[in-house]
Design a protein around this ligand. Structure first.
Ligand code: IMP
Ligand code: MG
Length: 181
């Protein structure tokens, strides 16, 4: 598997440090508020679990599946919700968490849909941010790491379902997509 990774972009230690910082920041900012974290599966699962455990305030958890990618490295441009939340979020402060903000289409679409359910507030948390790729001016409220425009995998991020369980975030060797295209 390691021949498939061109370089480690963010190490396991750097991830742990940043998750701890973000958890502390969110705990301060949301102190005394009713918070629900909504994790966008599957990519944000590792980050959301670790971030929630780095928070010292009580949080509820919910899960959604929104997909824009098939097995390619580019967004298809349309975002479909394949699994919706079950809980009522009226009056709750929502933290919508994704593994990466790329074109911005996923956050924009899911945030709009959640807005219709009357939460007290919604903010977005992205583990990684590829700023150069944005199509819609969407910005995440909290960002773990701003990264260059390269296809990355690990710590939840996948290519065609693989590499999620790498403990670091690495750049995928382009020969991997050449092989499957
Ligand atoms: P957006 O809707 O274009 O902002 O993209 C968000 C989704 O694209 C993320 O949830 C990821 O699943 C996927 N994605 C974007 N860039 C990457 C990447 O470099 N590696 C793995 N997945 C990515
Ligand atoms: Mg994905």
């Amino acid at each position: 598997m390691n021949g498939d990774i061109k370089a480690i972009l963010i190490s396991e230690e750097e991830i742990k440090k940043r998750v701890k910082e973000l958890g502390e920041q969110l705990s301060r900012e949301y102190e005394g508020k009713k918070v629900i974290m909504i994790c966008l599966l599957k990519g944000a699962s590792y980050f959301t679990c670790d971030l929630s455990r780095a928070m010292s305030i009580p949080v509820r958890m919910e899960y959604m599946v929104a997909s824009s990618y098939g097995d390619s490295t580019d967004s298809s441009g349309s975002v479909a919700v394949r699994l919706d939340i079950k809980d009522n979020i009226t009056g709750l402060h929502v933290l919508l968490v994704d593994d990466i903000i790329d074109t911005g289409l996923t956050f924009a679409r899911v945030k709009n849909l959640l807005q219709l359910k009357n939460p007290a507030s919604i903010r977005t948390v992205a583990m990684c941010d590829k700023k150069d790729r944005r199509l819609n001016g969407m910005e995440a409220d909290y960002v773990g790491f701003t990264i260059p425009d390269e296809f990355v995998v690990g710590y939840g991020l996948d290519y065609a379902g693989d590499y999620r369980n790498l403990p670091f975030i690495g750049v995928l060797n382009p020969h991997v997509y050449a092989r499957t295209k």
